[in-house]
Design a protein around this ligand. Structure first.
Ligand SMILES: [Zn+2]
Length: 165
């Protein structure tokens, strides 16, 4: 009697796939075929994974676009200068600046002891830092650290244009 090598596997997704299990030890084939039957077929498994990563990508892109819009609106409202740097750093720099500066406002003014005059002085310093990379580097900083970070910024981080227009 020939040893069976070919198994019809009915997967959980409903697809029937004929599998050649000749590369498995003869005494393990039946168990392996049963294990396969407890899973989706390869095509369905791949399709599900690709669907997941596509929707995650879409979700991330939508969230980034919303953050970008919020950062641009904020920059326009508070007369923040356009950032300088490599093309691909500009939007990231804008988002980083927006989130750090709003976090700083919340901790220092809304929840802190600063008044609007203190903040206005800090805002002038914020406007002088136009290197996108500087803002990206500070993306994980605490809002309360912003004044100190601004003081530590170097000439290279400041814009070539006069911010005091
Ligand atoms: Zn399937």
């Amino acid at each position: 009697m020939a040893v069976r090598t070919s198994y019809e596997v009915v997967h959980t997704c409903g697809h029937t796939v004929t599998r050649n299990l000749s590369d498995r030890p003869a005494d393990k084939r039946a168990a392996f075929a049963r294990w396969l039957a407890s899973k989706e077929c390869t095509d369905c498994w791949k399709a599900a994974r690709e669907g997941d990563s596509a929707s995650t990508e879409e979700w991330l892109a939508a969230r980034r676009a919303a953050e970008q819009q919020a950062a641009a609106d904020w920059a326009a409202q508070f007369d923040m200068p356009v950032l300088e740097g490599p093309e691909k750093a500009l939007e990231w720099g804008e988002r980083s600046r927006h989130s750090l500066v709003t976090a700083a406002y919340t901790s220092l003014v809304t929840e802190g002891t600063w008044d609007e005059a203190d903040w206005a002085a800090l805002e002038e310093k914020i406007r002088t830092i136009t290197r996108a990379g500087w803002w990206i580097d500070q993306r994980d900083a605490e809002g309360t650290d912003l004044p100190e970070l601004l003081d530590a910024a170097t000439e290279a981080d400041r814009g070539t244009e006069n911010p005091f227009r």
